[in-house]
Design a protein around this ligand. Structure first.
Ligand SMILES: Cc1cc2nc3c(=O)[nH]c(=O)nc-3n(C[C@H](O)[C@H](O)[C@H](O)COP(=O)(O)OP(=O)(O)OC[C@H]3O[C@@H](n4cnc5c(N)ncnc54)[C@H](O)[C@@H]3O)c2cc1C
Length: 429
């Protein structure tokens, strides 16, 4: 049976950074480190992140951008890896960061493959043994003359497409284990739920899992087929059937043949998932958020004075993409609306409160994130070590921590893994 000091399970953002953190630590000299990854390639979500640009952080305040049963759980990690330290970690990997006007941080190349390569290069330089196509399916605690540890069982994963003759199965004995198996969203990029089971087998529990940062399907999607691909800048909130509202989200919404996508819509999806009531509520759009109802109404009146012969679609063409405008006018039976102050008011109100019935979210296969995860009250927030099972560390998306769009999720995955790696070294040295 192979023996190793630290075994990392999962080679995504968290697993790769945990390995970098270990090999970059002076105290780690002499420690052996291995990483098992169930796919044939590590870091596939890193490659897909930020539309291939890898939005790995945000220079604004991190507080208030995370959810989970205990949103403050993230704070000790971000105290340990503050903004300066975070930038330095990447600089030490040869990756200076670029920041856009909204504070979103990317590698200065604006290419996620450079982050991917830099992390893997650091693993090679640090002599980390990386094995691909191997899925860990069991972990047991063991005790022996050299101290307590773990016996970790693995086998060729279904996704590894190995021929029968090359199917591998085996065990590794490890003094410390870092589980970094991520969430279950986007199976096509390696999302998998086996990591939760590994933690549960060692005594952990988890909260309910649901897809987050995912497009939303509308119940009236049929009529949006013609407007598929139309983008609008708007603000919107989700209102449950019982009338409970989320805060308003501003940004770009992309209408599609199933419903609505784009970053702003995806931010509202969590509320849709959390809504337990039998009947779904709706998305309420303000299609012209920069104007009040009064301003919008007077603008429409002004248009009528300038172009008295125009129909409603011609009068309002400068406000909304035509296809969306036509849906709105059809629903309002605009042909019956008089070109009076009252008529202008009702059109302005309709544009400021454009309500669409929600059917569902598009589910895990389209979600950027899995919300929910291993209960954080079972993990020490300063070290990421399990409170139940010493020398076991849990990190990244598998924990009950989920962040907003804008770099907050990779910020969590990388920072928590960095802390877990350092803590594992300190325990063994
Ligand atoms: C399309 C897309 C775009 C995104 N863009 C951004 C962005 O721009 N900014 C941002 O902050 N976040 C973004 N995210 C979210 C971010 O990528 C994740 O939060 C982050 O990758 C989580 O890191 P992780 O290491 O915890 O999990 P993962 O990256 O999912 O890595 C987990 C790894 O563990 C492996 N694994 C699982 N189970 C086992 C097992 N039993 N044995 C061995 N290996 C196993 C998996 O194959 C995988 O490689 C995006 C996500 C997606 C899907």
């Amino acid at each position: 049976m192979d023996e190793v000091d630290i075994l990392i399970i999962g080679g995504g953002a968290a697993g790769l950074m945990a390995a970098c953190s270990i090999v970059g630590s002076d105290k780690a000299v002499g420690l052996s480190v291995s990483l098992l990854e169930r796919q044939e390639k590590a870091g596939r979500k890193i490659l897909a992140s930020g539309n291939g640009r890898c939005n790995l952080g945000n220079s604004g305040s991190l507080e208030g951008h995370y959810r989970g049963k205990d949103p403050d759980f993230v704070l000790p990690v971000f105290n340990a890896v503050d903004q300066t330290e975070y930038e330095e970690i990447f600089l030490n990997l040869g990756l200076p960061l670029f920041e856009d006007e909204a504070g979103r941080q990317y590698p200065r190349t604006l290419r996620s493959d450079t982050v991917h390569s830099a992390l893997l290069n650091a693993l090679t330089a640090g002599n980390v043994t990386v094995k691909y196509g191997l899925e860990v399916y069991d972990i047991e605690q063991s005790s022996g003359s050299s101290g307590d540890g773990f016996i970790v069982s693995f086998r060729s994963s279904e996704s590894s497409h190995r021929s029968e003759a090359r199917i591998e199965e085996g065990f590794v004995k490890a003094k410390a284990v870092i589980i970094a198996t991520g969430g279950k969203s986007q199976a096509q990029l390696g999302g998998h739920d086996s990591g939760y089971g590994l933690a549960e087998a060692l005594g952990h529990s988890r909260t309910e899992l649901f897809p987050a940062l995912v497009p939303i399907e509308l119940a009236d999607a049929g009529q949006w087929k013609r407007s598929s691909g139309q983008r609008i800048r708007a603000s919107a909130y989700y209102e449950s059937y019982a009338g409970k509202r989320t805060p308003t989200v501003d940004g770009e919404f992309l209408f599609t043949d199933y419903g609505v996508s784009g970053i702003a819509a995806m931010e509202l999806a969590e509320a849709v998932e959390r809504d337990q009531s039998q009947r779904r509520g709706g998305l309420i759009f303000d299609l012209v958020p920069e104007m009040s109802v009064e301003e919008l109404s007077s603008f429409i009146m002004m248009q009528i004075h300038s172009y008295p012969e125009y129909d409603w679609a011609e009068l309002l063409i400068g406000l909304l993409p035509l296809d969306i405008l036509l849906i709105l006018l059809r629903e309002l039976k605009a042909g019956e609306i008089k070109k009076t102050v009252n008529g202008c008011n009702s059109l302005a109100l309709a544009m400021k409160k454009f309500s669409r019935p929600v059917k569902a979210t598009r589910g895990f296969n389209f979600a950027q994130l899995t919300a929910g995860g291993i209960n954080t009250d079972e993990i020490c927030p300063e070290t990421l070590e399990s409170k139940i099972c010493p020398r076991l560390y849990l990190t990244g998306e598998m924990l009950d921590v989920n962040g907003d769009t804008g770099g907050y999720n990779l910020r969590w995955a990388f920072s928590s893994a960095y802390v877990a790696g350092k803590s594992a070294v300190s325990t063994l040295k």
